[in-house]
Design a protein around this ligand. Structure first.
Ligand SMILES: [Zn+2]
Length: 169
């Protein structure tokens, strides 16, 4: 009898903890973004007009994340956003103006490629987690022209997870 009681109590407690987690913001995983041997800083920036952005300011590489615009996203997708920005920093460590002005899908494809592989190799993200991330980009609402169309981006992210080649084939 007492065992039943403690089980019931345990289940009730778990429920309380679970419902608490449901309202709380999902915390992204800790990703180390190393660029040319030095770690980029990851900060929260409430004034951002985009979910995340890579910046190179006064020699300090920074990845800024908007707490507001990433609020409803799962932890794995939030972490991918940081990894994607890290991909930009690795691809172009000083983020020159030319890099920003060039509006082409290559820039975004490369950042996606580096990002998803960082999650795979550093955080040991599974294929299932990669699928959740890729699926989150299937529908692109008001996305910049620099990005691949949603379904293509989804396929690209998954293909890069599964391979190690530059063209993810
Ligand atoms: Zn990007």
């Amino acid at each position: 009898m007492s065992r039943h009681w403690s089980l019931a109590l345990g289940a009730g407690l778990a429920l309380v903890i679970l419902s608490g987690a449901a309202v709380a913001r999902e915390q992204r995983f800790e990703l180390r973004c190393m660029v040319e041997g030095a770690p980029a800083k990851v900060i929260e920036d409430g004034s951002l007009d985009t979910p995340a952005r890579a910046q190179y300011l006064n020699g300090q590489r920074t990845i800024a994340v908007s707490p507001k615009l990433t609020e409803g996203l799962s932890a794995v997708v939030q972490t991918f956003l940081v990894a994607h920005e890290c991909g930009h920093l690795i691809a172009s460590p000083t983020l020159t103006a030319a890099y920003h002005q060039r509006v082409n899908p290559d820039r975004e494809r490369v950042a996606d490629r580096i990002g998803i592989r960082l999650l795979r190799d550093q955080l040991k993200f599974t294929l299932q987690q990669a699928q959740i991330i890729a699926a989150a980009f299937r529908v692109t609402k008001g996305a910049l022209p620099a990005y691949l169309p949603g379904p293509e981006r989804e396929r690209w992210i998954l293909a890069c997870y599964k391979t190690d080649t530059p063209d993810c084939s």
